[in-house]
Design a protein around this ligand. Structure first.
Ligand code: ADP
Ligand code: MG
Length: 617
């Protein structure tokens, strides 16, 4: 989430007025409504007159109402805003008169058992106990020590100061909540300070939800800094609300759908380290702290956790909890919770998947064109595509081989039907160069792009907020003697001709070739569409890889050329500096082209760049 609510709550108080978002601001893009778990302005959505949008700032973050209850929309927005203000007034540590501030100042407070503080705290302590202290509302002193509460720190806190804090001022067991019997609750803070940032927004959403329902609201979605709860349906089929979240894997603006619609009454929240963190001495630290160690969660594998739950206080608290627990323990924690479902998003998920597939392809052996190895590889690719859920086509065609004889080549094709307009063609060749050595398997040359295309196919099958993407795995790219009419580029020449013949309209043809090198340099040959090159540069910039791009001053013979010749906009993304030292290309077409030269990070970066490029068609 962009902001932590307790952190910036004072600024929020002078927040701009609530406003209705005019319909013309909405962008016609995808076939179904998308609601990001992030600030909506960065989100593309349908121009859907049926849904009215309102947004404003509350509790230091963006609040949003989407409603189909047109006759009472304004009143709904006002009710929601008032609910958030009321919760903020009770739970803000920045407001002197708030219940929470008084508890901090006096060490004890007596409140109504139905007060916001009593309800939130009771639930927070329950989650703390159930999670073995992974979730803990007393993390405030740790948040301060790590510089998340205004005071910037120049060094991470020392091990001694962390253990002092843990020993003296953190621990949910110190907090005592007792019912006084007359409808009142006595809370004693036991020397700790509370931070309800991991749960308060979700609670506020529930308060607003109940009030909107009581008021007669039927079909609406409410969102507070990524904590979402829905009622009824968005009217686009399926009976609930389709919700997307930002894909945390690098690509900003690249949305990922929740794997299922939210049903009426359900809530969702996401926690992760990718948006809110602090930088100390150049190292990033997550704003979610493991209260058991006092350290910010530093999860090698996990980028974010998302929880769908029957209420927003649950989804908010549980998503934070799962991020601390990690996937394995997290699954055990969530399993017993009624109506809850968790999604764990791994770091470099596309890159790791791609690398695994490259290794599997290389393990099959050589894939020289016109050999049984190439046929085996084509079948393997088709099987992988089918397992992903796409319908693969093996396009067998005859083409003259260098010796003039007609021979059979095979392209493998499949299309992921995205929900956005447009059609993009992604290309890779899968054949290996012949005549290098018996064990040459082209891990980077032919392997890396094939692995990445499969991983992207898998990604888009789950997250279809993209145009139609046709994946084409081309045969016979490598020449035997030298490139010419009958030597090399067999698959691309055939496919370009075929698509032209079918009158296929393509917005972009993107060829990937040798893109897995650990030491990634992306060299763009001169022959390529200028607009696609610009789009590539901007995508590389967004992914933080602009520095690795070189625009070549010469043309390259590669599979994109037949598409250029056929009148399509095409680009070749290739790392033609694949070698033992920067600038060298001495691994190319040698037995040194093995999977250990590749990395998941590089594959992920190229995958992110491609996703950025096709986003926005
Ligand atoms: P966001 O505030 O971005 O919506 P979360 O709901 O995951 O994200 O909450 C993170 C916030 O929760 C932190 O900024 C902090 O206020 C608080 N917090 C951090 N670590 C913990 C923890 N282990 N248990 C409970 N709350 C925590
Ligand atoms: Mg939370």
């Amino acid at each position: 989430m962009p902001y932590n609510y307790l952190h910036v709550v004072r600024d929020a108080w002078s927040a701009p007025q609530m406003r209705r978002v005019p319909a013309k601001l909405t962008v016609a893009l995808c076939a179904v409504a998308i609601v990001a778990l992030v600030a909506y302005r960065e989100v593309k959505r349908t121009a859907e007159r049926e849904v009215e949008y309102w947004d404003w700032l509350s509790m230091g973050t963006l609040a949003e109402l989407q409603t189909r209850d047109h006759s009472i929309a304004r009143a709904e927005a006002q009710i929601m805003k008032d609910a958030f203000s009321e919760v903020e007034e009770a739970l803000s540590v920045f407001r002197d008169g708030s219940d929470l501030s008084r508890l901090v100042a006096d060490g004890t407070i007596t409140v109504s058992s139905t007060s916001h503080l009593a309800r939130v705290l009771n639930f927070a302590l329950k989650v703390a106990e159930g999670s073995g202290g992974a979730f803990d509302p007393t993390v405030a002193p740790l948040m301060e020590a790590w510089g998340f509460r205004g005071l910037k720190v120049s060094d991470p806190p020392s091990a001694t100061s962390i253990s002092n804090i843990l020993a003296n001022s953190v621990g949910w067991r110190r907090v005592e909540v007792a019912d006084s019997g007359d409808g009142r609750t006595v809370i004693a803070s036991g020397g700790t300070r509370l931070d309800l940032g991991g749960i308060a927004k979700g609670y506020a959403i529930d308060v607003a939800y109940e009030r909107l329902r009581d008021f007669g609201g039927e079909n609406f979605l409410i969102n507070l800094g990524g904590n979402i709860r829905v009622s009824g349906t968005n009217g686009k089929g399926g009976g609930g609300w389709t919700v997307a979240m930002r894909n945390p894997l690098g690509a900003t603006g690249n949305l990922q759908y929740l794997p299922r619609q939210l049903r009426s009454g359900e809530a969702v929240a996401t926690s992760g380290s990718y948006e809110r963190f602090i930088e100390i001495n150049g190292k990033r630290y997550s704003h979610i702290i493991d209260p058991r160690t006092g350290m910010p969660v530093d999860n090698e594998q996990l980028a974010s956790t998302t929880v769908i739950a029957p209420t927003a206080i649950e989804s908010d608290a549980y998503s934070t909890t799962l991020f601390v627990l990690g996937e394995e323990e997290g699954r055990r924690f969530i399993d017993g919770k009624d109506g809850c479902q968790a999604f764990f998003i791994g770091k470099n998920a596309i890159g790791l998947d791609a690398l695994r597939r490259v290794e599997a392809l290389c393990a099959l052996g050589q894939r020289n064109a016109l050999t049984p190895g190439a046929h085996t590889a084509a079948k393997w690719i088709a099987d992988e595509l089918a397992a992903i859920g796409l319908e693969p086509e093996i396009d067998e065609f005859n083409d003259p081989a260098p010796d003039g004889s007609e021979r059979v080549f095979r392209n493998v094709l499949a299309t992921a039907r995205g929900t956005c307009p447009g059609r993009v063609l992604l290309l890779s060749h899968y054949d290996t160069k012949s005549g290098i050595s018996d064990d040459f398997t082209g891990a980077n040359d032919g392997g890396s792009s094939t692995g990445l295309l499969l991983a992207l196919a898998k990604h888009l099958a789950v997250c279809p907020a993209a145009p139609y993407v046709t994946f084409a795995f081309l045969d016979g790219e490598e020449c035997v003697r030298s490139y010419g009419e009958h030597d090399g580029l067999h698959g691309s020449r055939h496919l370009a001709k075929r698509l032209r013949g079918e009158g296929a309209a393509l917005d972009a043809v993107i060829l990937l070739d040798m893109i897995g090198d650990r030491d990634l340099t992306l060299t763009l040959p001169r022959n390529g569409d200028a607009e696609l090159k610009r789009r590539f540069l901007s995508a590389a910039d967004q992914v933080g890889r602009r520095g690795a791009v070189r625009l070549l001053q010469y043309d390259m013979v590669d599979d994109h050329q037949p598409f250029i010749d056929a009148g399509y906009k095409a680009i070749d993304i290739i790392d033609f500096e694949y070698g033992s030292l920067p600038g060298l290309n001495d691994y190319w077409h040698t037995p040194a082209d093995t999977p250990d030269k590749l990395s998941a990070e590089s594959l992920q970066a190229v995958g992110d760049i491609v996703l950025h490029m096709i986003d926005g068609h």
